[in-house]
Design a protein around this ligand. Structure first.
Ligand SMILES: [Zn+2]
Length: 191
């Protein structure tokens, strides 16, 4: 979810058993709802007419959505609070291609993109309240491909390469290397 230049890693909450279990349950209940609609159709009823049975199922699904959102929001608030509490002089964020991610056909990535824009907005708002500068680095800045030690650019870096290893002998976790590069970026916009 967020890797910081000092090595603090906030893991992806969507991979936790709690979220996975809730999402599985959500998918099951959604299937159950569409079956209910199909049955209604087969009986020759209009799908728009009221049905207590369907209404109950819709509420069940809405509650599951709400639970999932609450868990994610809590987690994001905790991350933001921890960052702000350390009173950094500035925070650097990479301007990810969120709108491109939103168009992705995978729902999980769409959700991730939405959550990321939300996180960024919340973090920026909070940082401003505390007088912390927020820098946005252009998405074309080679944060991942650059060696944070010697500055070389590794053009053949693949997405599966989790460890950044440079010709100079430097090796570091890929995301941490990128975070350090972002911290040191000289070109940025102030959010
Ligand atoms: Zn290097």
């Amino acid at each position: 979810m967020a890797v910081m230049s000092d090595g603090v890693v906030n893991p992806n909450i969507n991979k936790t058993p709690r979220i996975k279990k809730l999402e599985k349950k959500l998918r099951r209940e959604q299937k159950r709802l569409s079956r209910k609609y199909e049955m209604k159709k087969k009986r020759g009823e209009k799908t728009a007419t009221y049905s207590a049975n369907i209404e109950k199922q819709v509420v069940k699904i809405q509650r599951l959505y709400q639970t999932l959102t609450n868990i994610r929001v809590d987690y994001e608030n905790k991350i933001i609070a921890a960052i702000v509490k350390r009173e950094p002089s500035f925070i650097v964020l990479e301007d990810l291609n969120v709108s491109g991610m939103m168009k992705n056909r995978h729902l999980s990535r769409t959700i991730a993109a939405q959550r990321f824009s939300y996180l960024r907005l919340k973090l920026t708002t909070k940082a401003k309240q505390f007088g912390i500068e927020v820098r946005i680095v252009d998405r074309f800045y080679p944060s991942s491909k650059k060696c944070s030690h010697c500055g070389r650019i590794k053009h053949d870096l693949k997405l599966k390469d989790r460890i950044y290893s440079c010709e100079c002998g430097f090796e570091l976790d890929r995301d941490l290397n990128a975070a350090i590069n972002l911290k040191n970026a000289l070109e940025y916009e102030i959010a």
